[in-house]
Structures are given as structure tokens and as C-alpha cells.
Design a protein around this ligand. Structure first.
Ligand code: FE2
Length: 242
């Protein structure tokens, strides 16, 4: 064995070992979800016909499969390979908010998030007035549930074009607000508690141009107040919104 071989053989072995390790790390990063979709289309928490007659099965099928599914697919396509300052959908939405160069990604990402939230705000045999701490917070912020309901319906009626009506936690208080198109309260540092989609695709098959009747039906018969109360509880426990 020459002196040269004695030097190079261990070096080659170490280099080969390092190469194998590097490949293994890259493989593990890939498999651990570095390229995994940011957004997941969540299943409806009830059958498509469960909200009839207030929202038909045809509307729910189109809304959940075509519209929501389309936003999720497009958002993941646009987000692929990017790094957005965090790990979750909310991080991506906050990072893209107000960036005119990433408007398409923000719109699809926010719509994907808004729809996932919205479908969970509904349930069969829901609606009416909430109970417990949520009712107390609504009374403290609006004066009464009737005043909250009037504020929510008025906001929906006054909103021009496509968008969303929300009940949000804003500091110490609850507030009603609308957002235009895909915009979402989480892009503004607010905590969503309840959402109602007022894009035409959400109601036109069932209500045509009677958007106010659709929003009133949601409040009277479909809101899942347990879900809303759960969001409020999470907000209080985490200190978010204060
Ligand atoms: Fe929608």
C-alpha cells in the first residue's frame, strides 16, 4: 500500500458516508412534509342535505366541492415551494396580506381558510340565541342578542358585492364586521368567532337576490353556537384578541 492510498482511502469512506447521510436528511425532509400541501379541504361536518330547507343540498355540494375545493387546490398550487414565515395556513395568510405581488395567493389562501371556518359555523337545527358566557359577552358588547342580530343583518345588507359577515373578538369586545371578497379578520389581527359567506354562490340557487333572507335563515336556524362559544373560550384561554 502506498502512502497516497493510506491517506485517500479513509477520506473516500468518510466522503461516501457523509453523502449517504446528506441524502438521507434530504429524503427525511421531503417525506416529513416540507412540500406537503399547506391547505387541506376539510370534510363537511354534516351531510350535504342536512341544512335543507334553509340551504339546499345542491348549494352545499357546489359550495363545498367546487368552490371550497377549488380555492384549496389553487392555494396549494400557488404556495408550493414557498416559505411564509411559519408553518400553518394562518401564518401564510398573514404573511401575504397587503402584498400586491402575492394577491392571487392571498385570495385563494384566505378563501380556503374562510370556507373551512364557515362550514363549521353551521349545523342542522342550530340558530336561535346562544347561552352561557357567549350570551353574556354578546349582551355586554351589543346590549342584547336582538341588537347583535340587527347589527349582523344590517352589516350584511350594507355590504356591497362579494364578501363575508363576521362576529369577531376585537380586544375586550365582540364586534360585527364585513370583509370584501376573500379578505379575512385574521389578516387584520382580529379573532373570528362566526362567519357567514355572502358571496352569491352561497345562496343564489336557494334565495336568488334575497341575500337578507339567507343571512336571517342562517342566524335563526343554522348557526352552531357551540362552535362559536368554543372559539371564544380558546381566545380567552390563549389571551388572543386582547
Ligand atoms: Fe363561498
Amino acid at each position: 500500500m502506498t502512502r497516497s492510498n493510506r491517506i485517500h482511502k479513509p477520506f473516500k469512506a468518510r466522503f461516501a458516508l457523509l453523502s449517504i447521510c446528506a441524502a438521507a436528511v434530504l429524503f427525511m425532509v421531503h417525506c416529513s412534509g416540507a412540500d406537503a400541501p399547506v391547505f387541506v379541504q376539510e370534510p363537511l361536518p354534516y351531510p350535504q342535505d342536512a341544512l335543507a330547507p334553509f340551504i339546499s343540498a345542491d348549494t352545499m355540494r357546489l359550495h363545498h366541492e367546487a368552490h371550497y375545493g377549488g380555492y384549496v387546490k389553487k392555494a396549494n398550487q400557488l404556495a408550493k415551494g414557498g416559505r411564509f414565515g411559519g408553518n400553518g395556513p394562518e401564518d401564510l395568510i398573514r404573511a401575504m396580506a397587503g402584498d400586491p405581488g402575492r394577491k392571487a395567493l392571498f385570495n385563494n389562501a384566505a378563501q380556503a381558510w374562510n370556507h373551512g371556518f364557515f362550514f363549521k359555523c353551521l349545523k342542522p337545527e342550530g340558530g336561535g340565541a346562544p347561552q352561557g358566557i357567549l350570551a353574556e359577552r354578546i349582551n355586554a358588547s351589543f346590549g342584547s342578542f336582538a341588537r347583535f342580530k340587527n347589527a349582523f343583518l344590517s352589516a350584511a345588507d350594507a355590504h356591497f358585492g362579494s364578501g363575508w359577515v363576521w362576529l369577531v373578538q376585537d380586544g375586550e369586545n365582540l364586534a360585527v364586521m364585513t370583509t370584501a371578497d376573500a379578505d379575512t379578520p385574521i389578516a387584520h389581527g382580529l379573532v373570528p368567532l362566526l362567519a357567514v359567506d355572502i358571496w352569491e354562490h352561497a345562496y343564489y340557487l336557494d334565495y336568488q337576490n334575497r341575500r337578507g333572507d339567507y343571512v336571517r335563515s342562517v342566524l335563526d336556524y343554522l348557526v352552531n353556537w357551540d362552535f362559536v362559544a368554543g372559539k371564544l373560550k380558546n381566545t380567552q384561554e390563549s389571551g388572543a384578541g386582547n
